[in-house]
Design a protein around this ligand. Structure first.
Ligand code: MN
Ligand code: FE
Length: 347
């Protein structure tokens, strides 16, 4: 979507920058002057939260998972379902950034964040690979769940269709229709895939962590959740900015279509939660998960400046505490020490 460089004495001014379709207005290769300070700050926040899966010990998890009495059959089912879901879902998000979003968003400060996010998705893929391998789980079973388990397939099909729409050779970003298609992709990934589809899994897995079970896996899930909340905040802010810059996209009819897609996504997520939790465990059940999914869907709608539709209460206030957690002191202290003793700072 950009033409190659040409000589000019016309310098880039921040106020001419836009999130999409810069090729007709400004040079897309100049980060500075920065217009979208929020995008730059999300990039800095992402870097400040940097972590690697292998820095987290899986020793206790391995002992617990090997112990035949460590988990009930229902608990093993729900754990495997969620690792199975995440093992491919993170890849879909990374692919969509690199293949679809990056070619449409040609503002350099947003691209700077997208590059950071793409690497974080690789770290998340790595985390689930590391967990699955550490616990000697059947990787064929887990990595194929998105093809073999309907409740997971439904969610991934919803997301992958949005990537296909942008990869379609007839896709263009000039018409209102094309731009709406791109907004659908962004809302589908930032609002739904990362904003709704990940959250039953987070609640269920972190409920084990709250009982000191699977502590290494849950520590990683906490870092992933923290990363994801930045991804989502960046994405929703970017969507609102595109809409402000292209208000003709935001027709009442288009807004209605967004709301109905969120409704459909909530149903897919509830089907998934029901499949994970045929019976109640760990104080969780299908009803509470539905309440929670509806509660977070309302939050996403409000961030998109749409009216909330459910009015459900948050049954898991402890989730907000985990999301709000800034840098955990222990984690960063450990990391600094490890880096120094590991010789990573030697030149
Ligand atoms: Mn991720
Ligand atoms: Fe993400």
């Amino acid at each position: 979507m950009s033409e190659s460089i040409r000589m000019t004495d016309e310098r880039v001014s921040a106020d001419k920058k836009r999130v999409i379709n810069n090729d007709r207005v400004v040079d897309v290769n100049q980060l500075v002057p920065i217009k979208y300070k929020w995008a730059w700050h999300y990039y800095l926040d992402g870097c400040a939260n940097h972590w690697m899966p292998t820095e987290v010990s899986m020793q206790r998890d391995i002992e617990q998972w090997k112990d035949p009495k460590g988990f009930s059959p229902e608990e093993r089912h729900v754990i495997k379902r969620n690792f199975g879901f995440f093992s491919t879902a993170e890849t879909l998000v990374g692919n969509n950034i690199v293949l679809a979003i990056y070619k449409c968003v040609d503002n350099p400060e947003c691209r700077q964040y997208l590059l950071r996010q793409a690497f974080e998705e690789a770290i998340h893929v790595h985390a689930f690979q590391y967990i699955i391998e550490s616990l000697s789980m059947d990787d064929g079973e887990l990595f194929n769940m998105y093809r073999e388990v309907k409740a997971i397939y439904n969610k991934d099909e919803f997301s992958m269709k949005l990537t296909d729409d942008i990869l379609n050779p007839n896709f263009e970003l000039v018409s209102v229709q094309g731009q709406q298609k791109f907004i659908d992709n962004l809302i589908g990934y930032y609002g739904v895939t990362e904003g709704i589809f990940f959250y039953s899994g987070f609640v269920i897995l972190l409920s084990f962590g709250r009982q000191n079970r699977l502590p290494g896996a849950c520590e990683q899930i906490q870092y992933i959740l923290r990363d994801e909340s930045i991804h989502m905040n960046f994405g929703l802010e970017m969507i609102n900015t595109i809409i402000d810059e292209n208000p003709e996209l935001w027709t009442p009819r288009f807004q209605e279509s967004i709301v109905s897609k969120i409704r459909a996504a909530v149903e897919l997520e509830c089907i998934y939660a029901n499949d994970c939790l045929p019976t109640g465990i760990l104080g969780l059940n299908q009803h509470l998960l539905r309440e929670y999914i509806q509660y977070i869907a309302d939050r996403r709608l409000e961030r998109l400046r749409l009216r909330k539709i459910y009015g459900s209460e948050n049954p898991f206030p402890w989730m907000s505490e985990i999301i709000d957690l800034k840098k955990e002191k222990n984690f960063f202290e450990t990391r600094v020490t490890e880096y120094q003793t590991g010789g990573a700072l030697e030149w």
